[in-house]
Design a protein around this ligand. Structure first.
Ligand SMILES: Cc1ncc(C[n+]2csc(CCOP(=O)(O)OP(=O)(O)O)c2C)c(N)n1
Length: 251
């Protein structure tokens, strides 16, 4: 394994104030990842591979190593990093545009190879950073800057279910969909992230945790209305739960 350049003891840059929009769940998810890394005692051997988008802003808040991959290529970059440094714990952190649109081939290929890293997939149903363009996960009727009348099947295809699609492959070890819309779901999300990291530490292969989140700014809603929209619409299209857990099947 490559020698670490310096020793790390903390996960979060404590002096940073969140720059995310009000109601954005990226900061909650990032905090959970930090807590999990702390609890597992792996801060000195963890590195993030960040997608491009609001997800990439994580680099401002985390105190451990990270690398930003070209748009959509996080799973390909993580593949190389993990194979070169198998003792390092790698996770990718990607939005729906990054992971399921421009990066779909990289995601599917890494999952199909059963690469031993963890994917944290933040699904807010839209391209956040670039101003609300249609994503593969945009719901029917949901307006986007590139679909002003809302998603229409004939023009834009159907909302893409990433976990269910990956569940068609043989290799993935663990696939779960969670959300951060309630305190109970925040705890479930943390549990899922922890499990995914633990599976990687045990060398089990590819794990993906999809977290359904809101993007009030690009949904054109305030934070509370965005939460209602998430519960009434996003969670209907993207139901929460374990899609596959080979660890449970093996027990
Ligand atoms: C090759 C390339 N194409 C397009 C872009 C512009 N771009 C930056 S972020 C982004 C979409 C990000 O959306 P998403 O992955 O859903 O992340 P979010 O911002 O919602 O977290 C796009 C299209 C880019 N940076 N590089």
């Amino acid at each position: 394994m490559a020698e670490l350049l310096y020793s790390r003891t903390k996960t979060i840059q404590e002096d940073k104030v969140s720059g995310f929009c009000p109601g954005c769940m990226h900061s909650s998810v990032m905090k959970l990842i930090g807590e999990v890394i702390d609890e597992l005692g792996i801060v000195d051997k963890t590195a993030a591979v960040l997608g491009i988008g609001c997800c990439g802003l994580q680099m401002d808040y985390m105190a451990y190593d990270n690398i930003t991959a070209p748009h959509g290529r996080a799973c390909a970059v993580a593949t190389g990093m993990k194979r070169a440094n198998p003792d390092t714990i790698y996770y990718t952190y990607q939005g729906d545009g990054d992971l399921a649109s421009i990066g779909l081939a990289e995601t599917m290929s890494a999952a199909n190879r059963g690469e031993n890293f963890t994917v944290i997939f933040v699904n807010n149903g839209i391209y956040g950073m670039t101003g609300g363009q249609l994503a593969p996960t945009t719901l029917f009727g949901m307006k986007a800057s590139t679909a002003p009348k809302g998603r229409i099947a004939e023009e834009h295809g159907y909302p893409m279910h990433v976990c269910e699609t990956l569940n068609q492959l043989t290799a993935p070890y663990y696939l779960e969909r969670t959300s951060c819309n309630t305190p109970a779901n925040v705890l479930k999300t943390k549990k899922a992230i922890k499990k995914a990291f633990q599976y990687q530490m045990e060398g089990k292969g590819f794990s993906l945790v999809e977290i359904v989140t809101s993007c009030p700014t690009n949904w054109g809603l305030d934070s509370l209305k965005a939460l209602d929209f998430l519960e009434e619409n996003m969670l209907k299209e993207y139901p929460l739960g374990v899609i596959r857990d080979k660890g449970m099947e093996e027990k």
